[in-house]
Design a protein around this ligand. Structure first.
Ligand SMILES: *Cc1c(COP(=O)(O)O)cnc(C)c1O
Length: 367
């Protein structure tokens, strides 16, 4: 019996995460019961790691306990000695700034390109001219899952000799076959496209780097010696997390197709509107945090209309890292473009349970 429910009066949620069900995870849990291996790079972790390598085309994968830890470890492994400045965009999720500081670096906040919402090699080069000493690294952030300019950043590193690390937290499904030696850090948080609850990974084609980063996740034990060769910590995932990951990968193709069609439904309805999606959203890459970029003078009235229509929205990245009290004093370039842009980037309802009627109701509020 089919049931048609009228949801027209109910609020539309901005995000409803969805992870594999208990029954989808159960067969993998049975394997843990049989193996009696619960962590320490066990069979499920190794299988999950190999599957991520296949999914992303990355030759090497280091699994981590979350995406923030992946960024922190990649920076520590790339910079090798503590201290120095890390150029990073002010417009990013605040996790990026925490990771940079936890890696012993000082963030130097810069602008993003107003079209792609990402830092460019040109913006980083302008920052180089403002700094007295060369920075220890550049952290490039994928905007909500968009693929960064990998070729441009490879050329930047080759030209300036400054390591580049990617915070591609939301981009695990949009970096396919683009991954070179520069580390690409992804998040497997419940709110990301491939969610396992908490988890992350560093992807790279550099086998030595991946061996080093993986050793950092397990107390710096290199090879089979139980002797700390390098400084690290415990950043591993358990076999239970890997079980969820393997189940999540099974469901991923269907999920991506559903998300793609929902982005398309938004895109079609936005064709003759001023509100625009990020370039490539839906056809080049998939996200769980779908944003519109509004004209500055219609932000306030649009947010009023969304509230009146019972439509939840969110500024996923707030107004920039420098607007958070914990990072109010970090050094920065001129951020006037970010200050106006961040205000205009509004996260719309986006999850698998959205109906076409829901999307009509959201889009009716947009300029
Ligand atoms: C989600 C996200 C992170 C943090 O990932 P966690 O797994 O939650 O630690 C970092 N940077 C960006 C841009 C993100 O979107």
């Amino acid at each position: 019996m089919s049931q048609v429910s009228d949801r027209s009066g109910l609020p539309i949620k901005v995000l409803i995460p969805k992870l594999p069900t208990a029954s989808a995870i159960a067969p993998y849990l049975g394997r843990i019961d049989a193996s009696r291996v619960y962590s320490n790079y066990g069979p499920l972790s190794r299988e999950f790691s190999a599957s991520l390598s296949e999914l992303t085309g990355a030759a090497g994968v280091t699994l981590t306990c979350n995406g923030t830890a992946a960024i922190e470890l990649a920076l520590r492994a790339k910079c090798r000695s503590e201290g120095g400045v890390c150029i990073m965009p002010a417009f990013t999720f605040i996790a990026s700034a925490h990771a940079v500081c936890n890696a012993g670096l000082v963030p130097f906040l810069v602008e993003v390109d107003p079209n792609t919402l990402m830092v460019t090699p040109e913006i980083a080069e302008a920052a180089l001219r403002q700094l007295d000493t060369p920075p220890a690294a550049v952290l490039v952030v994928s905007a909500f899952g968009a693929s960064p300019d990998f070729d441009g950043w490879m050329a930047f590193e080759a030209k300036h000799g400054i390591p580049v690390v990617f915070d591609a937290a939301a981009a695990v499904t949009s970096v396919s076959d683009r991954i070179g030696a520069q580390p690409v850090c992804v998040s497997l948080h419940a709110t990301k496209v491939l969610g396992i609850g908490e988890g992350g990974a560093i992807l790279s084609a550099d086998a030595d780097f991946i061996e080093y980063a993986t050793a950092m996740t397990g107390f710096g034990f290199l090879g089979s010696e139980r002797s700390s060769a390098i400084r690290g910590g415990n950043y591993r995932i358990s076999e239970y997390a890997a079980a969820v990951g393997l189940a999540a990968l099974e469901a991923l193709p269907t999920r991506l197709e559903r998300l793609r069609s929902l982005i398309e439904a938004y895109a079609t309805r936005l064709k003759n509107k001023e509100a625009r999606l990020q370039p490539g959203a839906g056809h080049e890459w998939i996200t769980m945090t779908l944003n519109v970029i509004l004209p500055e003078d219609s932000v306030v009235s649009t947010l009023d209309r969304l509230a009146a229509a019972g439509v939840e929205w969110r500024r996923w990245w707030g107004l920039g890292c420098h607007r958070h009290p914990a990072f109010a004093n970090v050094p920065r370039a001129d951020l006037s473009a970010t200050n106006s842009l961040a205000n205009c980037v509004i996260g719309l309802p986006f999850h698998e349970d959205l109906s076409v009627a829901d999307i009509d109701r959201v889009v009716a509020c947009l300029p």
